[in-house]
Design a protein around this ligand. Structure first.
Ligand code: PMP
Length: 292
């Protein structure tokens, strides 16, 4: 039997307008995306059969494609339908959903004006990974040596494959050292984000989170800011210096995959998994499941 792998599962994948068997959703090795990172994608989650904030994710997908100079040959409605229909076809209710847009093979060099633009969506089972109790222990982050780049060096607001090169390097280094993930500073040395999630801190009953001026302004991040406001909590978006972490009492990550994940440690700094973090975790769980 073949080893378990994402290219070898049962089910259907939507690719360039049709539902294909999972193992037939392939690209050629001379695809521009593989060589020159001409690829943008989304990460979405379905809870109880419904993809949370699907339209916002699709808006960001199209915006990312535009930032890379790619015109998507599908409408947003077609991509949304593909995501929803795939869930049904694959009989999934709690799932991860991955749309991706990329350049094909017509030109094989840095220039790619004539390359066709392709689209695909895959979904796979993604039950809640950790129980709230397990997550409440708090994740441990290493501080990465890699920094989020400046907005005039790469389109930092795109959810583009190329931006993840340093995330994979950071996460591999962190895991090799026994940590769960890495915190990345930005090109100025300010606190930025984790390798696939945004970061918040709590101090004196208020929330603080870095201004997203060189990294993704995550959909979960904005959702959690709204949830905090609903609880009457003050949220300040501002530049955060690494030394400030000494004074922060609680810290947590936000992201579609990470949801609200408390942190117990970032490099030399320790945090408690406190009441505000726990409340926002529960608020988020209730919201995504349509219970609030
Ligand atoms: N930053 C990075 C680098 C990410 O990969 C993600 C996950 N998409 C996020 C932040 C959080 O974004 P969202 O809440 O929209 O999932």
């Amino acid at each position: 039997m073949a080893a378990a792998s994402f290219d070898n599962m049962d089910g259907k994948i939507w690719m360039d307008g049709e539902f294909r068997d999972w193992t037939d959703a392939n690209v050629h090795v001379l695809t521009h995306a593989i060589h020159y990172a001409s690829s943008v994608f989304e990460g979405q989650r379905a809870y109880c059969g419904k993809i949370f904030k699907l339209e916002e994710h699709t808006d960001r997908l199209f915006h990312s494609a535009e930032l890379l100079g790619m015109t998507v040959p599908w409408t947003k409605a077609q991509i949304n339908d593909a995501c929803n229909e795939l869930l049904e076809i694959n009989k999934l209710t709690d799932a991860y959903c991955r749309p991706v847009i990329w350049r094909g093979s017509e030109m094989m060099g840095v220039s790619a004006q004539a390359n066709t633009i392709h689209a695909a969506v895959a979904v796979w089972e993604w039950p809640s990974y950790f129980s709230p109790e397990a997550r409440l222990k708090g994740l441990r982050l290493e501080i990465s040596k890699w920094r989020r780049p400046a907005p005039d060096t790469i389109p930092t607001q795109a959810k583009a494959a190329g931006l993840y090169m340093i995330c994979t390097l950071s996460k591999h280094a962190a895991e090799a050292n026994g940590f769960d993930d890495a915190l990345m500073y930005d090109y100025r040395g300010l606190v930025a984000e984790a390798t696939g999630a945004n970061i918040f801190f709590v101090k004196g009953g208020e929330l603080f989170t870095p201004t997203p001026d060189c990294f993704l302004d995550g959909i979960t991040r904005r959702t959690v800011i709204d949830l905090a406001h609903k609880r009457g909590l003050k949220v300040t978006e501002r530049a955060i210096m690494p030394e400030e972490m000494e004074q922060f009492e609680q810290a947590f990550l936000t992201g579609t995959a990470a949801e609200v994940s408390p942190l117990s440690q970032i490099g030399p700094y320790n945090f408690e998994v406190g009441g505000i973090t726990k409340s926002l975790m529960l608020d988020y769980d209730a919201l995504v499941r349509g219970e609030s």
